[in-house]
Design a binder for this molecule. Structure first.
Ligand code: WT7
Length: 635
């Protein structure tokens, strides 16, 4: 009996039951049969949710890069591992085979060694989306160094906080990066970020833009110079299953980012398993995840999950609208992409363009679509389904978190019937529950509750770097005995999950628990609306009432604002119910967002509640300049 690949829906239910009744057998067998170990695990797991102690595949010895690269070099070394599309479409595509990848990772690993990097050392990567970033991640893993990728859009202050927190010995950056029509400075940002930080011994600089940069002979080293003479063989470091593989920072409710620590064995098993099954991966597929490698989606599905399955993964350096809004469709057409995994915010921005950008391209290679990062609103779902998938590609609405390491709730392509805005069913091994405010399990359908998980899974983050207490408090203390996701969700009559938003996105109006997502769905159906976000503010009679911040499409700017407001409230009344009508509607140029595209509702909530002096951390925002006008025009 093989557990790695799920054949059909019936088997999905069998595996789900098996993983509850005999989790040791289920995961233990899968780990042994589908991966290469120097030494097989002795115990499958141990856990204690009270103290946040979680271990998987204990005693197992492995190296994840042997599973990602070496085993495919042996079987099909000429197959493309990575297809790299530059920001500039005139720059030739790079096709990196498994053989090439092996060589480049080994050489880069030897460069790291020559700089004194050893097992357990932390290495921060602040690089553009170029193959060297993926290769540097794998090179760290090859020698057992812990990588921590910092999204290259973060400011020096945000980068510094992360570099300092994990005590990085080395930072890898580039002379610059290309993003749309901009050339971004990276080295200057890192110079500022590490100024006076003792932990950083060296800065390794990759050439990308060839622009002049400040260079300090004592600290800075050109990557090319060391790489040219590096040996092409590097034996993998033998890692314990519970040795850390990487640290990835995610923003918390307070200012300080949380360095989520992922370990080697469990992360490997579950990212590979979910990649294979959720996306119905087949040998000839070309998988494109549009996330940045600086986010968990990039780590788990652009890189590790894909390579662990021997897949071909596309890396795109640029943005969807450069040089024209058809860049994504060009890439799909050019490389015959079969899987397109992106975020609702990207879909919504693509939707605002003329349809001719998309209809002039052949997208018939597409088989499966994916969405992640936020609830996908209905309008975006239908647009994605109709115009991109041409109604023949199932949409995998995948729910997970930086902390979960891998997808936990999602359909299985071509097996689970999909339903707009529903992430559908937990994958085998995920024991999801909804808890009410007293911690009782909710059994009824369509009742919103706190999404929690009652059994550990292999790829869960094991701690917060340097702050285990915060890990226990954040995830295990709200509902003792459960992992608390911080999300609200509900279930329909067949058990499908709909993620409604973060728990703090819930607004209680006249005693009704209203999730923001379904109301925003109604608003977004208005043809003039680009995006919307609703927050609550106190109301004498209703307890709370709703304030909507709405950005318009270009044509919306020509419309009468008062009429628009009426039409929007009418849509809410029609599609959601009059209880969801907004008391205040403010039209804004853009909604405040994080660099990964999440709407920062907490800022809008502060503004609506007259706490604009208390907006919290703005350093992770992509568009801080919009706040001033939103505050000035507040209703
Ligand atoms: C939060 C985690 C998982 C990789 C990218 C984000 C929200 C994520 C969905 C989805 C509704 C979703 C949740 C979650 N989220 N996927 N399919 N439907 N909401 O990782 O930055 O750690 O954010 O993103 O609120 O808790 P992250």
């Amino acid at each position: 009996m093989s557990y790695f690949k799920i054949a059909d829906l019936e088997q999905y239910f069998k595996h789900t039951k098996k993983a509850v009744r005999e989790p040791r057998k289920f995961w233990g067998k899968m780990a042994e049969e589908a991966f290469l170990w120097y030494q097989a695990p002795e115990r499958v797991f141990e856990f204690d949710f009270t103290n946040g102690d979680i271990k998987w595949f204990m005693g197992g010895k492995l190296n994840i890069t042997k599973n990602c690269i070496d085993r495919y070099v042996a079987r099909k070394g000429d197959k493309n591992a990575i297809i790299f599309e530059s920001n500039n479409p005139d720059e030739p595509t790079q096709f990196i085979s498994y053989n090439d990848l092996y060589q480049r990772v080994c050489k880069t690993a030897n460069v790291l060694k020559s700089l004194g990097i050893e097992k357990g050392d932390r290495v921060c990567l602040y690089l553009p989306m170029i193959p060297e970033l993926a290769i540097a991640m794998l090179a760290c893993a090859r020698i057992g160094a812990i990588h921590s990728v910092i999204f290259a859009g973060f400011s020096d202050a945000a980068a510094r906080r992360r570099i300092e927190d994990c005590g990085a010995k080395l930072v890898i950056t580039a002379d610059g990066g290309f993003r749309g029509d901009k050339t971004i400075k990276l080295k200057e940002v890192i110079d500022k970020a590490i100024n006076g930080l003792d932990c950083v011994e060296k800065v390794l600089v990759v050439k990308r833009t060839n622009q002049d940069i400040p260079f300090q002979a004592e600290k800075d080293v050109w990557f090319d110079e060391l790489y040219a003479n590096a040996s092409e063989e590097c034996n993998p470091e033998i890692m314990d299953a519970e040795d850390p593989l990487f640290i990835l920072y995610t923003s918390g409710s307070t200012g300080k980012p949380k360095g989520m620590v992922h370990t080697t064995g469990g992360y490997m098993v579950q990212t590979a398993y979910t990649f294979a099954n959720v996306f119905d991966y087949k040998e000839e597929d070309i998988f494109w995840c549009t996330a940045d490698l600086g986010w968990i989606t990039g780590h788990s599905y652009m890189l590790y999950g894909a390579l662990l399955n021997g897949a071909t993964t596309v890396i795109h350096e640029g943005i969807p609208t450069y040089p024209t809004p058809s860049r994504y469709w060009d890439i799909i057409d050019k490389h015959k992409v079969t899987h397109f995994y992106t975020a609702p915010t990207a879909i919504r921005s693509l939707m605002t363009n003329d349809y001719s950008y998309i209809t002039s391209h052949d997208l018939s290679s597409l088989r499966v679509l994916g969405s992640v990062g936020e609830p996908i609103n209905e309008e975006a779902w239908h647009w994605f389904n109709d115009f991109v998938g041409k109604k023949r590609c199932p949409i995998m609405d995948t729910w997970w978190q930086t902390e979960t390491g891998a997808i936990l709730i999602a359909p299985l392509a071509f097996k689970t019937p999909t339903k707009p805005t529903y992430a559908t069913l937990p994958l085998p091994g995920t024991q999801a529950v909804l808890l009410d405010e007293h911690g009782e399990e909710i059994e009824d359908f369509q009742q919103m509750g706190n999404l929690c998980i009652k059994h550990p899974w292999p790829s869960m983050a094991r701690t917060i770097w340097g702050d285990h207490k915060r890990y226990v408090e954040t995830y295990f203390s709200t509902f003792p005995g459960y992992y608390f996701t911080g999300d609200n969700a509900l279930r329909d009559e067949v058990g499908y999950y709909r993620i409604v938003g973060r728990t703090d996105d819930v607004i209680i109006v006249s005693g009704h628990n209203l999730g923001t997502a379904p109301i925003e769905d109604a608003i977004n159906q208005h043809p003039a609306v680009a995006e919307s976000a609703i927050v609550g503010y106190p109301h004498e009679i209703k307890g709370n009432t709703m304030y909507g911040f709405i950005s318009l499409k270009v044509e919306g700017n020509y419309r009468d604002r008062d009429n628009l407001k009426k039409e929007i409230n009418q849509l809410i009344a029609d599609h959601y119910g009059p209880i969801g009508k907004l008391d205040k509607i403010q039209f804004v140029d853009d909604l405040p967002k994080t660099r990964s595209g999440k709407i920062l509702r907490r800022m809008l909530r502060a503004i609506a509640n007259n706490q604009e002096n208390n907006l919290g951390d703005t350093s992770t925002m992509i568009n801080p300049e919009i706040l001033k006008k939103i505050i000035e025009e507040k209703l």
